[in-house]
Design a protein around this ligand. Structure first.
Ligand code: PEP
Ligand code: MG
Length: 329
């Protein structure tokens, strides 16, 4: 099947009923970049900038960050890259930075929280990104947002950096897109404000699942007993897609579930048109979607999510749909 996936590289990801799907890959290091061409991904939907920090023994300086981002953009050769600002804390350990041990690190001082408390760190990164992306289109997204207010605070810092650079005559990105990761359930009750505040939203389903189901994503004893294709989580995801549609704000999903053909199919069935996954998953997911009728699946999913909640598990419904419609999984 590897050969077959390779042959799909240059095939347009279009469903049987003519829906163009945006397939992106996740990355975090320069060694990931060649996969962009090999996988046939359209761009990098999630670039985890903390990786550079995690493999370093001391804090990378602004110039090092800038040089690194510049190489990423150069190697991406015009394909869009969405840079996520530092997501350190919890499972992403940066030893020289976090000395304190926390009782609940997943709920602790991490990502945007840490960045807002250490604005110097965030501003250095934003400046490095703005400089590296001079003349190109820059997409920045913010991890672990809990309140829309945090996004406004980061935007102020971003504007300051833009002003600072332009004052000193530095060339700026041609276009700047500002996005949020949706990983904390509290945002589900701020969807309208959220969609108005940003240019795009990317669902971090790994963390969103962990927090909404109250299961540690790294603990197989509990994480495995709940299903990302269960009704609660799929309904929750569908609410996000609908909010995006209401506000005309692009919504994508970049957690692990996007890379499994069956769950990717479920995502298309509830309305996602853009996903980002590990490079190896692009081929299998593309093979799945080429034969998919999203309208037909959409009806099945509505029935499954709004019909009898005690009925057949959604995972089973999806498997049967795939089998009946010759969808390769
Ligand atoms: C997620 O939480 O789903 C996500 C994509 O981010 P990470 O896995 O890096 O936490
Ligand atoms: Mg996350």
């Amino acid at each position: 099947r590897q050969e077959q996936f390779r042959a799909l590289r240059s095939v347009e990801p279009m469903t049987r009923d003519g829906k163009r799907i945006n397939l992106n890959m996740n990355a975090g290091l320069l060694v990931d970049l060649p996969q962009l061409l090999e996988s046939g991904a359209e761009g990098i939907g999630l670039f985890r900038t903390e990786l550079q920090f995690m493999i370093a023994s001391t804090m990378p300086r602004g110039e090092e960050q800038e040089a690194f981002y510049r190489s990423v953009i150069k190697q991406a050769a015009g394909r869009p890259v969405t840079f996520r600002t530092l997501d350190i804390g919890s499972d992403k350990v940066v030893p020289y930075f976090q000395a304190i041990t926390e009782e609940n690190p997943a709920l602790g001082w991490r990502a945007i929280r840490l960045a807002l408390d250490r604005p110097g760190l965030l501003r250095t990164q934003l400046r490095a990104l703005l400089k590296a992306a001079a003349g190109t289109e820059l997409k920045i997204m913010i991890p672990m947002v809990t309140e829309v207010q945090e996004l406004k605070a980061v935007r102020v810092l971003l504007q300051k950096e833009v002003q600072h650079l332009s004052k000193f005559g530095h060339p700026l990105p041609r276009k700047l897109q500002y996005g949020a990761m949706l990983e904390v359930p509290a945002l589900l009750w701020q969807l309208d404000e959220l969609m108005e505040e940003v240019d795009f939203v990317s669902v971090g389903s790994n963390d969103l699942f962990q927090f909404s189901m109250a299961v540690d994503r790294g603990n197989a004893r509990v994480a495995d007993r709940f299903d990302t294709l269960g009704r609660p989580f799929l309904r929750l995801l569908r609410d996000i897609v609908r909010a995006g549609e209401r506000h005309n704000t692009p919504v994508t999903l970049c957690g692990e579930m996007a890379g499994k053909p069956l769950s990717a199919m479920a995502l298309l069935g509830i309305g996602f048109r853009s996903v980002s996954m590990s490079p190896a998953a692009i081929g299998p997911v593309k093979a799945m979607l080429l034969g998919l009728d999203t309208a037909k699946l959409g009806h099945v999913m509505s029935e499954a999510l709004d019909g009898d909640p005690a009925g057949m598990p959604v995972r089973e419904i999806l498997k049967r749909f795939a089998e009946a419609n010759n969808i390769p999984l």
